[in-house]
Design a protein around this ligand. Sequence first.
Ligand SMILES: [Zn+2]
Length: 252
Amino acid sequence: MVVFSTIEGEFLREQLELLLRLQEIDSALSDLQWETEDLPRQIADLEQQVETTDAAVKEQEIALETAKKDRRKFESDLEDTSTKLADLKSKQVVIKTNEEYAALQTEIGYAESTISQIEDSILVLLEQIEGASVDMEVVRQSAADSRGVIEKKIAEFQHEMVRQTEALTIKRDERVRVAMNVDERMLERYERILESKGDQVLVPLIDGLCTGCYKKLPPQQAIEIRRSDRFFECEGCGRILYWGGEGQDGEE
Ligand SMILES: [Zn+2]
């Protein structure tokens, strides 16, 4: 058990009150700090959602554009093959031999079959384009809707960030004012423990137990803590103990 102040009575009780107030402020500061750091993460997540939605729209647009390009290509092929077919047919009247006639018929047959295949492909593409156009509208609408919702949420979060930053400034000012009145050595001790524990520095002694680590204290020390004429650091966890009361199994 470490005794680090022999200052007695009123002064000590006043210091204890100040330190408890400081602890309250630090706990609020830590919460605020966490929230302030968490908000940009939440905003980044939402922005990521917008990007994902935009990418889905883009993908759909590319698919539609590709189908339209294919259709133009097939239509151009169809035109070329039709011209070729007309040309072949025009030659029929000037054919002189049976061999030439047979060869021409084969070419005509091939061109006709090509035209038929191209026409089938165009029909399939037209269906695809029609379907993709409908999907496109649905995807665009749904992207616009979700973007609206997300952007509203982002604006709310940004507003909340401003509010929290202000709250942090107010809390930090409050901390400076309280810390100013704390005894320099006690403040040093407090901050050292805060740094090592990261949370509660002062913990109540209840039923003779440190509520930071649940180590039991000798009855005599519990009595001294109750009288608040000395500050004790718990041997188990190093936190500062103050009188928190007693239950049915209390010391005395
Ligand atoms: Zn302890």
